[in-house]
Write a protein that binds this ligand. Structure first.
Ligand code: HEM
Length: 241
């Protein structure tokens, strides 16, 4: 019994750690790379090419992204199935955040599966999306994403995906800090929750602006934040707003 408990304990801790390192770090770096789209197609394509030119990329992807992501997602679904949500007992505050952590996790499972199969492997041309994978086509990376984001539903789905990921990570960092005993006491926990919410908002804002940069020059920000000429990004057709 003790052995069984400790295995569960280790699996649980591993689940928390994989969510922050490497997945949380990957997400922040990914949003930063996407934000380069603010400076135009050439800058973004060069950023993607730089990633593709990394030595040992396949090993980095397998051990740094795909395996941790698979473990975190599948074990996360397992935890969600086991969890007994108590919002009916305490229908406010942290219990709702706890429920949203699980709901966002389930959504992310679907979102990331779609995202990887589409941009990484070029699937879903049959439903009107670009059929060219970004992997191996860095010189077309911007136009592949921009082509899909011309469809407002796809753009909205991505903005929601960024929101869910940012919140899931931000609240995940808070849960990690509390569970590992890094913040003890009501006031310290409230302050930590505020910092985590700010981190989540920052990542959401950066990622959302990056998403809009594929359809509008400089995304939602004024041109003064960007170096590209305004005409280098295809503007979203006005009837789609
Ligand atoms: C506006 C939102 C997003 C855009 C435009 C975007 C774009 C891309 C592109 C173009 C690729 C292919 C890169 C390549 O093959 O070199 C990619 C891969 C990937 N994206 Fe996103 N992404 C977005 C949001 C997200 C979010 C929210 C996550 C959640 C963590 C995420 C996770 C991943 C993963 C795990 C990969 C595979 C990385 C690899 O194969 O090396 N993406 N994304």
């Amino acid at each position: 019994m003790a052995g069984k408990l400790s295995t569960k304990f280790i699996l649980r801790k591993l689940h928390q750690i994989t969510g922050i390192v490497p997945l949380g770090i990957f997400f922040a770096v990914h949003m930063f790379t996407n934000a380069k789209a603010m400076n135009g197609p050439e800058v973004f394509n060069d950023a993607v090419a730089d990633i593709h030119h990394l030595p040992f990329l396949l090993l980095i992807e397998i051990f740094g992204i795909f395996l941790p992501l698979a473990y975190h997602s599948v074990y996360g679904l397992f935890i969600t199935r086991e969890a007994r949500n108590n919002i009916s007992q305490y229908g406010y505050g942290r219990n709702w955040l706890y429920v949203f952590q699980r709901v966002s996790g389930i959504f992310l499972f679907v979102f990331l599966l779609f995202h990887l199969l589409h941009f990484r492997w070029g699937l879903f041309a049959s439903i009107g999306l670009t059929g060219t994978a970004v992997a191996g086509n860095a010189d077309q990376a911007f136009s592949i994403v921009a082509g899909d984001f011309q469809n407002l539903a796809v753009l909205a789905f991505y903005v929601f995906g960024v929101f869910a990921t940012a919140w899931h990570l931000g609240y995940g960092i808070f849960l990690f800090a509390v569970d590992w005993g890094l913040v003890i006491g009501e006031r310290a926990q409230k302050a930590t929750l505020a910092i985590c919410a700010a981190v989540a908002f920052g990542l959401f804002a950066a990622g959302t602006n990056a998403a809009f940069s594929f359809v509008r020059p400089c995304g939602l920000l004024p041109q003064v934040f960007c170096e590209q000429p305004a005409e280098s990004v295809p503007a979203l057709r006005s009837e789609e707003f």
